[in-house]
Design a protein around this ligand. Structure first.
Ligand SMILES: Nc1ncnc2c1ncn2[C@@H]1O[C@H](COP(=O)(O)OP(=O)(O)OP(=O)(O)O)[C@@H](O)[C@H]1O
Ligand SMILES: O=C(O)c1ccc[n+]([C@@H]2O[C@H](COP(=O)([O-])O)[C@@H](O)[C@H]2O)c1
Length: 218
Protein backbone atom coordinates (compact mmCIF):
# COMPACT_ATOMS: atom_id res chain seq x y z
CA UNK A 1 0.00 0.00 0.00
CA UNK A 2 1.51 3.35 -1.04
CA UNK A 3 1.01 6.57 0.90
CA UNK A 4 -0.91 9.42 -0.64
CA UNK A 5 0.54 12.44 1.14
CA UNK A 6 0.25 14.74 -1.86
CA UNK A 7 -3.43 15.63 -1.43
CA UNK A 8 -3.78 15.60 -5.21
CA UNK A 9 -7.24 14.44 -6.22
CA UNK A 10 -7.41 10.78 -7.30
CA UNK A 11 -7.93 9.61 -10.87
CA UNK A 12 -10.59 7.05 -11.78
CA UNK A 13 -10.16 4.50 -14.57
CA UNK A 14 -13.04 2.71 -16.28
CA UNK A 15 -11.94 0.11 -18.81
CA UNK A 16 -14.45 -1.53 -21.08
CA UNK A 17 -15.13 -2.94 -24.49
CA UNK A 18 -17.53 -0.03 -25.08
CA UNK A 19 -19.06 -1.77 -28.10
CA UNK A 20 -20.81 0.72 -27.94
CA UNK A 21 -20.50 3.01 -24.89
CA UNK A 22 -23.91 3.71 -23.29
CA UNK A 23 -25.57 5.67 -20.49
CA UNK A 24 -24.91 2.84 -17.97
CA UNK A 25 -21.14 3.39 -18.38
CA UNK A 26 -21.48 7.16 -18.41
CA UNK A 27 -23.69 7.46 -15.34
CA UNK A 28 -21.34 5.11 -13.47
CA UNK A 29 -18.33 7.27 -14.39
CA UNK A 30 -20.04 10.57 -13.59
CA UNK A 31 -21.54 9.42 -10.27
CA UNK A 32 -18.16 8.16 -9.09
CA UNK A 33 -16.41 11.31 -10.31
CA UNK A 34 -18.71 13.39 -8.13
CA UNK A 35 -19.09 11.03 -5.19
CA UNK A 36 -15.34 10.49 -4.74
CA UNK A 37 -14.31 14.02 -5.76
CA UNK A 38 -11.96 12.71 -8.44
CA UNK A 39 -9.65 14.79 -10.63
CA UNK A 40 -11.13 12.94 -13.64
CA UNK A 41 -12.40 9.60 -14.82
CA UNK A 42 -10.60 8.14 -17.83
CA UNK A 43 -12.60 5.78 -20.04
CA UNK A 44 -10.33 3.28 -21.77
CA UNK A 45 -11.63 1.14 -24.63
CA UNK A 46 -9.89 -2.25 -24.75
CA UNK A 47 -8.17 -3.15 -28.02
CA UNK A 48 -8.67 -6.85 -27.42
CA UNK A 49 -10.72 -7.62 -24.28
CA UNK A 50 -9.13 -10.69 -22.64
CA UNK A 51 -12.39 -12.53 -21.84
CA UNK A 52 -14.66 -11.58 -24.71
CA UNK A 53 -14.95 -12.30 -28.39
CA UNK A 54 -13.35 -9.70 -30.61
CA UNK A 55 -15.57 -6.56 -30.50
CA UNK A 56 -17.81 -5.87 -33.51
CA UNK A 57 -16.66 -2.27 -34.00
CA UNK A 58 -12.94 -1.68 -34.45
CA UNK A 59 -10.90 0.02 -31.75
CA UNK A 60 -10.63 3.44 -33.38
CA UNK A 61 -14.40 3.61 -33.89
CA UNK A 62 -15.06 2.56 -30.29
CA UNK A 63 -12.63 5.26 -29.16
CA UNK A 64 -14.38 7.80 -31.42
CA UNK A 65 -17.71 6.84 -29.79
CA UNK A 66 -16.21 7.31 -26.30
CA UNK A 67 -14.77 10.69 -27.35
CA UNK A 68 -18.15 11.77 -28.73
CA UNK A 69 -19.89 10.61 -25.54
CA UNK A 70 -17.67 12.63 -23.19
CA UNK A 71 -17.17 15.74 -25.37
CA UNK A 72 -17.82 18.80 -23.22
CA UNK A 73 -18.49 16.80 -20.05
CA UNK A 74 -16.41 18.05 -17.13
CA UNK A 75 -14.53 15.21 -15.43
CA UNK A 76 -14.84 12.52 -18.12
CA UNK A 77 -11.93 11.88 -20.48
CA UNK A 78 -11.40 9.36 -23.32
CA UNK A 79 -8.07 7.52 -23.06
CA UNK A 80 -6.92 5.50 -26.08
CA UNK A 81 -3.74 4.02 -24.60
CA UNK A 82 -4.90 0.39 -24.77
CA UNK A 83 -5.40 0.69 -28.52
CA UNK A 84 -1.68 1.39 -28.95
CA UNK A 85 -0.70 -2.01 -27.53
CA UNK A 86 -0.79 -5.29 -29.43
CA UNK A 87 -2.11 -8.52 -27.94
CA UNK A 88 -4.70 -8.84 -25.21
CA UNK A 89 -5.57 -5.69 -23.24
CA UNK A 90 -4.53 -6.77 -19.78
CA UNK A 91 -5.51 -4.28 -17.11
CA UNK A 92 -2.30 -4.80 -15.15
CA UNK A 93 -0.32 -3.43 -18.15
CA UNK A 94 -2.60 -0.39 -18.27
CA UNK A 95 -2.16 0.31 -14.57
CA UNK A 96 1.62 0.05 -14.86
CA UNK A 97 1.53 2.44 -17.83
CA UNK A 98 -0.66 4.97 -16.00
CA UNK A 99 1.54 4.73 -12.88
CA UNK A 100 4.61 5.47 -15.01
CA UNK A 101 2.81 8.56 -16.25
CA UNK A 102 1.49 9.95 -12.95
CA UNK A 103 4.05 8.71 -10.41
CA UNK A 104 3.40 6.88 -7.16
CA UNK A 105 1.64 9.45 -4.95
CA UNK A 106 -1.66 10.15 -6.70
CA UNK A 107 -4.42 7.70 -5.82
CA UNK A 108 -5.90 5.63 -8.65
CA UNK A 109 -9.31 3.97 -8.56
CA UNK A 110 -9.90 1.12 -10.98
CA UNK A 111 -13.68 1.01 -11.40
CA UNK A 112 -15.69 -2.02 -12.39
CA UNK A 113 -19.18 -3.43 -12.12
CA UNK A 114 -19.77 -6.33 -9.72
CA UNK A 115 -20.22 -8.56 -12.80
CA UNK A 116 -16.58 -7.85 -13.75
CA UNK A 117 -15.33 -8.25 -10.15
CA UNK A 118 -16.96 -11.70 -9.89
CA UNK A 119 -14.46 -12.98 -12.46
CA UNK A 120 -11.47 -11.01 -11.23
CA UNK A 121 -9.59 -14.09 -10.08
CA UNK A 122 -9.32 -15.16 -13.73
CA UNK A 123 -7.60 -11.88 -14.76
CA UNK A 124 -3.92 -11.73 -15.65
CA UNK A 125 -1.82 -11.10 -12.48
CA UNK A 126 -5.02 -10.07 -10.69
CA UNK A 127 -3.65 -9.85 -7.16
CA UNK A 128 -1.06 -7.31 -8.33
CA UNK A 129 -3.76 -4.86 -9.44
CA UNK A 130 -3.85 -3.56 -5.86
CA UNK A 131 -0.14 -2.70 -6.03
CA UNK A 132 -1.04 0.00 -8.53
CA UNK A 133 -4.59 1.13 -7.71
CA UNK A 134 -7.59 0.86 -5.41
CA UNK A 135 -10.47 -1.19 -6.74
CA UNK A 136 -13.89 0.39 -6.83
CA UNK A 137 -16.64 -2.18 -7.24
CA UNK A 138 -20.11 -1.00 -8.14
CA UNK A 139 -23.30 -2.99 -8.04
CA UNK A 140 -24.95 -3.31 -11.42
CA UNK A 141 -28.61 -4.26 -11.84
CA UNK A 142 -29.30 -7.82 -12.89
CA UNK A 143 -28.78 -11.31 -11.55
CA UNK A 144 -25.36 -11.97 -10.02
CA UNK A 145 -23.67 -15.21 -9.01
CA UNK A 146 -22.25 -15.44 -5.48
CA UNK A 147 -18.57 -14.52 -5.15
CA UNK A 148 -16.11 -17.41 -5.10
CA UNK A 149 -14.54 -18.23 -1.73
CA UNK A 150 -11.16 -16.99 -2.99
CA UNK A 151 -12.55 -13.60 -4.00
CA UNK A 152 -14.61 -13.24 -0.82
CA UNK A 153 -11.47 -13.76 1.27
CA UNK A 154 -9.46 -11.31 -0.82
CA UNK A 155 -12.27 -8.77 -0.70
CA UNK A 156 -12.49 -9.02 3.11
CA UNK A 157 -8.72 -8.70 3.52
CA UNK A 158 -8.58 -5.45 1.55
CA UNK A 159 -12.00 -3.88 2.02
CA UNK A 160 -12.04 -0.22 3.13
CA UNK A 161 -14.44 2.66 3.58
CA UNK A 162 -14.13 5.28 0.78
CA UNK A 163 -13.01 8.08 3.16
CA UNK A 164 -10.39 5.85 4.71
CA UNK A 165 -8.83 5.01 1.35
CA UNK A 166 -9.01 8.59 0.18
CA UNK A 167 -7.23 9.91 3.23
CA UNK A 168 -4.39 7.47 3.56
CA UNK A 169 -3.14 5.74 0.49
CA UNK A 170 -2.75 5.75 -3.26
CA UNK A 171 -3.34 2.03 -3.82
CA UNK A 172 -4.23 -1.20 -2.10
CA UNK A 173 -7.85 -1.20 -0.91
CA UNK A 174 -11.18 -2.39 -2.28
CA UNK A 175 -14.24 -0.18 -2.01
CA UNK A 176 -17.75 -1.31 -2.69
CA UNK A 177 -20.21 1.40 -3.66
CA UNK A 178 -23.91 1.30 -4.42
CA UNK A 179 -25.01 3.61 -7.18
CA UNK A 180 -28.39 3.57 -8.83
CA UNK A 181 -27.40 1.46 -11.83
CA UNK A 182 -29.13 1.63 -15.17
CA UNK A 183 -30.38 -1.57 -16.74
CA UNK A 184 -28.52 -1.03 -20.02
CA UNK A 185 -25.91 -3.18 -21.77
CA UNK A 186 -24.00 -2.95 -25.03
CA UNK A 187 -25.38 -6.40 -25.91
CA UNK A 188 -28.93 -5.05 -25.67
CA UNK A 189 -28.09 -2.08 -27.92
CA UNK A 190 -26.38 -4.28 -30.54
CA UNK A 191 -29.38 -6.63 -30.51
CA UNK A 192 -31.85 -3.77 -31.04
CA UNK A 193 -29.81 -2.43 -33.97
CA UNK A 194 -29.50 -5.91 -35.51
CA UNK A 195 -33.31 -6.17 -35.41
CA UNK A 196 -33.65 -2.77 -37.07
CA UNK A 197 -35.00 -1.20 -33.85
CA UNK A 198 -34.10 2.17 -32.39
CA UNK A 199 -31.83 2.22 -29.28
CA UNK A 200 -32.25 5.98 -28.78
CA UNK A 201 -32.23 7.10 -25.11
CA UNK A 202 -30.04 4.16 -24.08
CA UNK A 203 -26.91 5.94 -25.29
CA UNK A 204 -25.90 9.52 -26.24
CA UNK A 205 -27.28 10.75 -29.54
CA UNK A 206 -23.73 11.70 -30.63
CA UNK A 207 -22.80 8.00 -30.32
CA UNK A 208 -25.92 6.92 -32.20
CA UNK A 209 -24.99 9.37 -34.98
CA UNK A 210 -21.61 7.61 -35.37
CA UNK A 211 -23.31 4.21 -35.35
CA UNK A 212 -25.57 5.36 -38.15
CA UNK A 213 -22.77 7.06 -40.09
CA UNK A 214 -20.63 3.88 -40.06
CA UNK A 215 -23.59 1.46 -40.29
CA UNK A 216 -22.42 -0.42 -37.19
CA UNK A 217 -24.14 -3.46 -35.61
CA UNK A 218 -26.53 -4.07 -38.54
N1 LIG B 1 -25.44 -0.48 -16.93
C1 LIG B 1 -24.29 -0.51 -16.25
N2 LIG B 1 -24.25 -0.08 -14.97
C2 LIG B 1 -23.09 -0.14 -14.26
N3 LIG B 1 -21.91 -0.63 -14.75
C3 LIG B 1 -21.89 -1.06 -16.01
C4 LIG B 1 -23.06 -1.02 -16.83
N4 LIG B 1 -22.74 -1.52 -18.03
C5 LIG B 1 -21.43 -1.86 -17.98
N5 LIG B 1 -20.91 -1.59 -16.78
C6 LIG B 1 -19.53 -1.80 -16.33
O1 LIG B 1 -18.68 -1.11 -17.25
C7 LIG B 1 -17.50 -1.87 -17.52
C8 LIG B 1 -17.34 -2.09 -19.02
O2 LIG B 1 -18.49 -2.76 -19.50
P1 LIG B 1 -18.62 -3.32 -20.99
O3 LIG B 1 -17.94 -2.42 -21.95
O4 LIG B 1 -18.26 -4.76 -21.02
O5 LIG B 1 -20.19 -3.09 -21.21
P2 LIG B 1 -21.38 -4.12 -21.27
O6 LIG B 1 -22.63 -3.31 -21.46
O7 LIG B 1 -21.31 -5.06 -20.10
O8 LIG B 1 -21.03 -4.88 -22.61
P3 LIG B 1 -21.59 -6.27 -23.22
O9 LIG B 1 -23.09 -6.22 -23.11
O10 LIG B 1 -21.07 -6.26 -24.63
O11 LIG B 1 -21.01 -7.38 -22.38
C9 LIG B 1 -17.62 -3.17 -16.71
O12 LIG B 1 -16.90 -2.98 -15.49
C10 LIG B 1 -19.12 -3.28 -16.45
O13 LIG B 1 -19.37 -3.95 -15.22
O1 LIG C 1 -6.54 -8.08 -17.31
C1 LIG C 1 -7.32 -9.02 -17.52
O2 LIG C 1 -6.96 -10.22 -17.51
C2 LIG C 1 -8.77 -8.70 -17.85
C3 LIG C 1 -9.73 -9.70 -18.01
C4 LIG C 1 -11.05 -9.36 -18.31
C5 LIG C 1 -11.40 -8.02 -18.45
N1 LIG C 1 -10.43 -7.07 -18.27
C6 LIG C 1 -10.77 -5.63 -18.45
O3 LIG C 1 -11.97 -5.33 -17.78
C7 LIG C 1 -12.65 -4.28 -18.47
C8 LIG C 1 -14.09 -4.70 -18.71
O4 LIG C 1 -14.05 -5.83 -19.51
P1 LIG C 1 -15.33 -6.27 -20.37
O5 LIG C 1 -14.93 -7.61 -20.93
O6 LIG C 1 -16.47 -6.33 -19.39
O7 LIG C 1 -15.53 -5.19 -21.39
C9 LIG C 1 -11.84 -4.03 -19.75
O8 LIG C 1 -11.01 -2.92 -19.53
C10 LIG C 1 -11.02 -5.29 -19.90
O9 LIG C 1 -9.78 -5.09 -20.57
C11 LIG C 1 -9.16 -7.36 -17.98
Amino acid sequence: MQNNPSNVKPIGLLGGTFDPIHHGHLRLALELYERLELAEVRLLPAASPPHKNQPMADGQLRLAMVQAAVAGVTGLVADGRELKRTGRSYTIDTLIDVRNEIGTEQALYLMMGMDAFMNLNTWHRWRELLDFAHLLVVRRPGALQPLSHELQEWFRAHQAHPDEAKAHCATGTILSIDIPGLMISSTQIRALLAEGKNPRYLLPSSVLDLIEQYQLYR
